[in-house]
Design a protein around this ligand. Structure first.
Ligand code: GLU
Length: 395
């Protein structure tokens, strides 16, 4: 008689499936089954990767760039990224401070693993991206979430941060522009939060994956830019997926003080070796052919900005919905709490009854809201808004 297998690990049992990916998978399955679904769930640009980046990857494949790469990334890409941070953001950066990883998500995870030990606390402002608390738990640390609602523009205040800090606090996670709200901290707001983190000797993981997706003339600011102390303790995470429509390429980046970058590379060497070699060579073209990159990015930004306004006014035109106009990323985070339905039921019924996929706010630690990704065609957005209006009118 065979033995009953032992239970799975506490890591596997306690981690939850990514809800953003789960809702997106459900929407895609419905589409594949022939349903006319308006998918507002995934944070995935509908554009194709710019042609020059794809061509560079194809060329790299042809040239045999199919072997292992150095663990922290191919040297020219690390150099290009160091130059980007030095020149664009005024953060003096060397290639030794840069690690290229298989996706922004993995960059975040390695950062958390490099900084946190069991027993440490990590301050996670909510609404948060779904994976932060789970990554913290996978490191054996404890996420301490602090909710900032639409009343403060979804932004953490220094008072809220101070109140969340304990002697166990090790890391503060910041994400501006934010997924899921699109909120962007002003330089002054970010400077104050950074000062609190410095005062309490916290590390900052600054997830800047939406750094280029900004509207209304807003400029990107990194917490690392405020002082030398801030720079030493800030780990900047970013990647190619959102800016260059490269979600499937899985290419993330980490920029940190050299000892932290080395720790991250050590963890990477034991978990995944390196980010896909020819994908790295392809992504390098984003910098070596910067003019073409700028044209492609500007085109995407024009479309995103138009859609942002379209969805914002469409949502606010629906009785019972209130939505702030966010200045970054490609998300809006409307308040749907007036309908007397919890957000999970609201989104489930919206998908079942009107075939509109959106992610409930609870997934981001913010019940009563939902996330709309407007990284999709105007036509789909119009159709989805129309259906959402009908759904709400029927409640
Ligand atoms: N980051 C994107 C999102 O929030 C992709 C899915 C995921 O990894 O969560 O939709």
């Amino acid at each position: 008689m065979s033995q009953v297998p032992a239970s799975l690990s506490s890591w596997a049992l306690n981690v939850s499936t990514s809800p953003t990916l789960a809702v997106d998978a459900k929407a895609k399955a419905l589409k594949a089954a022939g349903e006319d679904v308006c998918g507002f769930a995934a944070g995935e640009p509908d554009f194709d990767t710019p042609a020059h980046i794809k061509a560079a990857a194809v060329q790299a494949l042809g040239a045999g760039k199919t072997k292992y790469a150095p663990t922290p990334g191919i040297p020219p890409l690390r150099e290009a990224l160091a130059a980007k941070y030095t020149d664009t953001y005024g953060l003096p950066t060397t290639a030794a401070q840069v690690v290229v990883s298989p996706g922004g998500k993995f960059s975040c995870y390695l950062t958390v693993l490099a900084i946190c030990s069991p027993g440490d606390e990590v301050i996670v402002p909510a609404p948060y991206w779904v994976s932060y608390p789970e990554m913290v738990k996978l490191a054996g640390a404890t996420p301490k979430t602090v909710l900032a609602t639409d009343a403060t523009g979804f932004k953490l205040t220094p008072e809220m941060l101070e109140a969340a800090i304990t002697p166990k606090s090790k890391l503060l996670i910041l994400n501006s522009p934010s997924n899921p709200t699109g909120a962007v901290y002003t330089a002054a707001e970010l400077g104050t939060l950074t000062a609190v983190a410095v005062k309490h000797n916290l590390y900052i993981m600054s997830d800047e994956i939406y750094e280029h997706l900004l509207y209304d003339g807003v400029k990107h600011v990194s917490p690392a830019s405020f002082s030398d102390e801030a720079r030493e303790r800030t780990i900047i995470v970013s990647g190619f997926a959102k800016t260059f429509a490269m979600t499937g390429w899985r290419l993330g980046t980490i920029v940190a003080a050299e000892p932290i970058a080395k720790a991250v590379a050590k963890l990477q060497s034991q978990t995944t070796s390196n980010a896909t070699t020819f994908a790295q060579w392809g992504s390098l073209a984003a910098y070596t052919e910067a003019d073409k990159t700028k044209v492609a990015l500007d085109e995407m930004l024009v479309a995103f900005d138009r859609r942002r306004k379209l969805v914002h006014s469409g949502l606010n035109a629906i009785d019972g919905i209130e939505c702030l106009l966010a200045q970054g990323a490609f998300y809006l985070f409307p308040n749907i709490s007036s309908f007397g339905l919890d957000d999970l039921t609201f989104c489930e019924r919206l998908l079942d009854e009107q075939k509109v996929a959106a992610v409930p706010g609870s997934a981001f630690g913010a019940p009563g809201f939902m996330r709309i990704s407007y990284a999709t065609a105007d036509e789909t957005l119009n159709k989805g808004l129309d259906r959402l209006g009908k759904f709400c009118a029927g409640l």
